[in-house]
Design a protein around this ligand. Structure first.
Ligand code: FES
Length: 165
């Protein structure tokens, strides 16, 4: 009898633990949102890092001071400042038909092997057939962290200026 009561009490306890766990779980929308946090503090300048966010390659390129100094306004407008450094952050898919361009560090150019399209180090299309720059994904800067998938103030400013697409 005592044993049977113990088993019933045990099942009851598990039931309430399951109920408690449900209330601890994050909301489904937060889980599905798929944020990716990248600490860029150890990144080398002019060395491309490729991260993955929502199944897509994300290019992160820390620029050298020389690259930044030689930029046009259009290129600078797409820079993301993290600390004292400027970065390109973009979805690494060619805007022609979706191939993944390779980065030629010696030329600071992205080259797409599929049909010969090229992008500069700011992700702007410079040689056809790509019709537009590689888009900048939603991001937030948090110290030396880049949070992909979150729309921070820096991203919203760039979006308003029309440089993210
Ligand atoms: S997919 Fe890149 S040039 Fe065609």
């Amino acid at each position: 009898m005592g044993k049977a009561f113990g088993v019933v009490a045990g099942v009851g306890a598990i039931g309430s633990l399951v109920a408690m766990k449900k209330s601890w779980d994050p909301l489904p929308s937060v889980k599905a949102a798929g944020f990716t946090t990248v600490d860029v503090s150890g990144f080398e300048a002019n060395a491309l890092v490729v991260e993955k966010w929502r199944g897509k390659p994300i290019f992160i390129l820390k620029k050298t001071p020389e690259m930044v100094a030689a930029q046009s306004e259009e290129q600078t407008a797409r820079d993301i400042k993290i600390g004292d450094d400027s970065y390109l952050v973009c979805i690494g898919l060619c805007t022609h038909l979706g191939c993944i361009p390779a980065y030629a560090a010696d030329e600071t150019v992205f080259k797409c092997a599929c049909h010969g399209g090229e992008f500069d180090a700011s992700g702007i299309d410079i040689l056809l057939p790509p019709p537009s720059p590689m888009p900048i994904p939603p991001f937030k800067v948090d110290g030396t962290n880049l949070v992909l998938g979150e729309e921070g103030p820096e991203y919203l400013k760039m979006k308003e200026a029309g440089v993210t697409a």
